[in-house]
Design a protein. Structure first.
Length: 332
């Protein structure tokens, strides 16, 4: 049965607001940056990057993929201060490795929940039968959920999509809602769409109606095309979800969890970039590639005179100090 002790799915206020797991984005450095800019009550749950169960089952692999599960002491303090829970998201296609990996996470780390990735649309991952591929493989999906449940007393959830090659909400949700889960997070696109087109929240509403029949107490979170806190009450009311998960919306506005949301002026943008450089360097040093940060330069350095030129200069940098010097030359 789903865990009911200290289970944030059961005890946290509604609507639940979550920040999605994103590859090369939601590491401990970026999560700290978001938490620094979060007003208590605006964000409830954050997720790690996707972590391979195969990798966690090998000594050498643990060194490589284990960094995805790092939660720094500073981040831990921020989580407590802001009242935010943190969930480890895992992926793979072997139930035995799920069991072993979750046991390892349980013993070594201190998370508030485990989330199974059944939604990543990346083609080479799907081709190996993982993530979104599990939408069309109910027997294996069920075995994975059961193995994860048996390995931990933490809450277990699934993040998924409304279909693989076609919309399949009814069949897939009826199956998932009968599994021993504590929560379901549903992205309103099929795998084939990747991030293209619009998320279909009508399908999320359909899933909510199915949930009400099959497992009325199971929380359902909607995901897809939510770009501000102002969107959340309407989404939850109109599409009958218990909350929302924000993914790419954080790229448009990394300050969205502030309250009240002040004007994002040039000094705030530059300070945020410098803070991210500092946090990333402190967390990873040279163990993670510096170019990963360049996607964030495009986010912070925009919408002000001279932004394009500054961004171009930053994109040509090759290290922390070089990037810092470029920013500090700007007159705030």
């Amino acid at each position: 049965m789903p865990n009911t002790n200290t289970n944030f799915w059961n005890t946290t206020k509604r609507p639940l607001v979550m920040l999605a797991p994103m590859e090369d984005v939601t590491d401990t450095a970026f999560r700290q940056l978001v938490l620094h800019n979060t007003h208590p009550g605006n964000l409830d749950v954050i997720f790690t990057e996707f972590t391979s169960t195969d990798g966690l089952c090998q000594p050498e692999g643990r060194k490589n993929v284990g960094q995805r599960l790092v939660v720094s002491e500073t981040e831990r303090e921020l989580l407590r201060e802001k009242g935010v829970k943190i969930v480890a998201q895992i992926w793979g296609n072997n139930p035995e490795k799920y069991y072993e990996a979750v046991k390892f996470i349980d013993q070594k780390y201190d998370f508030d929940g485990i989330d199974i990735n059944m939604g990543c649309p990346v083609r080479n991952v799907v081709a190996h039968g993982s993530c979104s591929a599990l939408i069309d493989n109910e027997p294996l999906a069920g075995e994975i959920i059961q193995a994860t449940r048996e390995a931990t007393s933490l809450p277990v959830s699934v993040k998924t999509r409304i279909g693989l090659k076609k919309v399949d909400t009814e069949r897939w949700m009826k199956f998932l809602f009968r599994q021993p889960l504590d929560g379901v997070i549903l992205h309103g696109r099929i795998q084939k769409q990747m991030s293209e087109g619009q998320a279909d929240w009508n399908e999320i509403a359909k899933a909510s109606a199915i949930r009400n029949e099959v497992a009325p107490d199971l929380p359902l979170i909607g995901n897809g095309d939510v770009f501000s806190l102002d969107d959340i009450p309407g989404r939850c009311k109109n599409f009958k979800t218990d909350g929302v998960m924000i993914g790419r919306g954080i790229f448009r506005n990394p300050w969205m969890f502030m309250s009240p949301l002040s004007e994002v002026d040039i000094p705030m943008r530059l300070h945020t970039l410098l803070k991210h450089l500092q946090l990333y360097k402190a967390a990873w040093g040279n163990t993670r590639p510096f170019p990963i940060l360049k996607r964030f330069f495009k986010i912070y350095i925009s919408d002000f005179p001279g932004a394009a030129e500054l961004r171009k200069e930053l994109m040509e940098t090759n290290g922390f100090e070089e990037a810092r010097r470029v920013v500090e030359r700007v007159e705030w």
